[in-house]
Design a protein around this ligand. Structure first.
Ligand code: SF4
Ligand code: SF4
Length: 221
């Protein structure tokens, strides 16, 4: 069936009229900041203390836009006669956000929880070269990462929390005095008490007091 001439125009005007009567939803950015969902992929924050320079994130990044430099450092043995250890020390950690495609692979593969999504998005630059951000900036963004959501009531407790609590309990048990051991001043008081001769209690009560005659001596006088 052929369309009625002018029906398209009428439909368009109907949509315009309907929209005109609705309340505006324009957000007055930047005066009003948007209320972003907590899992927003704004930028990547680095928690440097957790990074062991394993290079996994740089190797897995499909855009090769993570740059890491490090050097090795020798750590002296913890105990006499022990072996020295070597560890990687981070010198540079940078991400080129002009290449990054926000896939999140680096965050997923990091085995030490050193990378996080931050909802921060106001880092536009006029020069593309300024979009390579170094570790100081990545650390600053770390503090804008929202706290993780609360666990479901029936969820299993994270293994990190269980391990931390067990360690704290073990330390507390090591530091607390044993329950059966008497206190130091109780031990001192016990040492001051006169010790009674060995034997049964009957024998002890039958002992004459010093200076008092025994029954046999009384009769002789
Ligand atoms: S989000 Fe993806 S592209 Fe961006 S740095 Fe991480 S792995 Fe690379
Ligand atoms: S994967 Fe994690 S620990 Fe390894 S280098 Fe990257 S950020 Fe550091």
């Amino acid at each position: 069936m052929a369309p009625i001439p002018g029906s398209g125009l009428a439909k368009g005007l109907a949509v315009t009229l309907r929209t005109m009567t609705k309340k505006s939803v324009t957000a007055q950015y930047p005066d009003n900041q948007p209320d972003l969902p907590p899992r927003t992929r704004g930028v990547i924050g680095l928690f440097e203390e957790n990074c062991t320079v394993c290079m996994l994130c740089a190797r897995e990044c499909p855009d090769w836009c993570i740059y890491i430099d490090s050097h090795k450092e020798t750590v002296p043995a913890a105990t006499p006669g022990g072996r020295e250890r070597s560890r990687n020390v981070l010198d540079r950690f940078a991400i080129d956000f002009s290449l990054c495609m926000y896939c999140g692979i680096c965050i997923e593969v990091c085995p030490f929880d050193a990378l996080f999504w931050s909802p921060e998005f106001e880092y536009a630059e006029t020069d593309i070269r300024d979009l390579t951000h170094e570790r100081d900036k990545l650390r600053e963004w770390m503090w804008t990462v929202p706290a993780p959501p609360a666990l479901d009531p029936g969820a299993e407790e994270p293994k990190e929390l269980v391990t931390a609590r067990k360690t704290a309990d073990k330390l507390a048990a090591q530091q607390a005095p044993p329950a059966s051991e008497p206190h130091a001043d109780q031990q001192a008081r016990a040492a001051e008490q006169p010790t009674l001769p060995q034997g049964d209690s009957k024998q002890q009560t039958d002992q004459p007091e010093p200076g008092r005659p025994t029954p046999g001596q009384e009769g002789a006088e």
